[in-house]
Design a protein around this ligand. Sequence first.
Ligand code: NDP
Length: 371
Amino acid sequence: MNSRRDFLQKVSLGLGVTALSSLPATANTIPEPFVRPEKQLRVALMGLGGYAGIVAEAMQNCKMATLVGLVSGTPSKIDTWKQKYNIPEKNTYNYENVGDIKNNPDIDMVYITTPNSLHHKHVLQVAAAGKHVLCEKPVADNARQTREMIAACEKAGVKFYIGYRMHFEPHTRELIRMREAGELGKIMHVNNYMGFKSGDPNQWRLKKALAGGGAMMDVGVYALNGARYATGEEPIWVTAQESKTDPVKFKEVDETITFQLGFPSGVIANCGTTYAFNNCERLYVIGDKGFVELSPAFGYGPIKGRTHLGPMNQPVVKHQTLQMDGIADIILNNKPDPNVTGQEGLKDMIVVDAVYESIRKGGQKIFINKA
Ligand code: NDP
């Protein structure tokens, strides 16, 4: 790497200032002032909780996406966030008046970061207001809701994307590139895990009415989505098993689930998710010519990986910065949709439904019906 400018030319558009700012300044490298291009995707965040805070901070380093609006049920948060991020009062809303956002020409997209079971209602509200929607994972409680959300966005003529940030992450991009280029050969097996030890017993994630489900909904979707991008195929059957070590804490939602996905080529992905223990984060795809192992694979990183060729050395970046710039680039420049559309969310929710159905039926094999 010769200079900051060389580096800029090599990395993709969204790499952001976070990565750049970690580069050492040397005598012959003159840092260039960062100037935001005029064309910006103007984003309002809906639900100012933990993840919205991470997104808001990451967006400070975006080149093409700007935080311009807030939707919150907590007036004191609006006051704090307004000051912190220099948001005008006219761009702030609550859950009751969020429909008025349709009269606001200064907001292009609403990013929904509310609890899972509210996504359906909130996506319908934002679509009805005629704004593009970015919705956090899991997209909804089930496939039926997801279909309604897709239909509402289509009817309103707005984009509908899911916050599948791994699709913008460089190690993950490289895995997909290698698989598509045939460098792994014929994919033979996938082994993915994503889980963690859940803390606070009173959090909404353990309440079915707000979370929709447990570990499977929250982080099992990473293992599942990862199996789809590791194979490039869609599962045709599912089997699943549930285990519970703390039936009091996990009275309403699933604690640990293992699930198997059968793909048309004959490949089986063996996956797991949990709220019961840590050190559970890996994507392992094995082909007849090579392999990729990412571990950690799905969290905020740094993502680390190795392949049959040796350690991976993709840049370490803030996923949310890349995601927001990536989505802004697609919308503002009319680029083809990435693999983070509502339809991709639907493909995952169809499988999640099948996982729960298999568990209800004692581990029975459930064939996927895409209709
Ligand atoms: P938090 O509980 O931290 O924040 C959720 C926010 O939603 C609240 O602060 C509140 O904001 C708003 N809200 C509206 N109605 C309710 C309600 N009835 N109960 C609780 N909160 C409510 O959750 P997270 O930020 O951790 O998660 C939010 C979403 O983001 C989830 O869908 C989750 O799966 C997803 N997520 C995604 C991650 C990723 O890496 N892609 C990582 C973490 C979470 P307000 O007071 O402003 O109304």
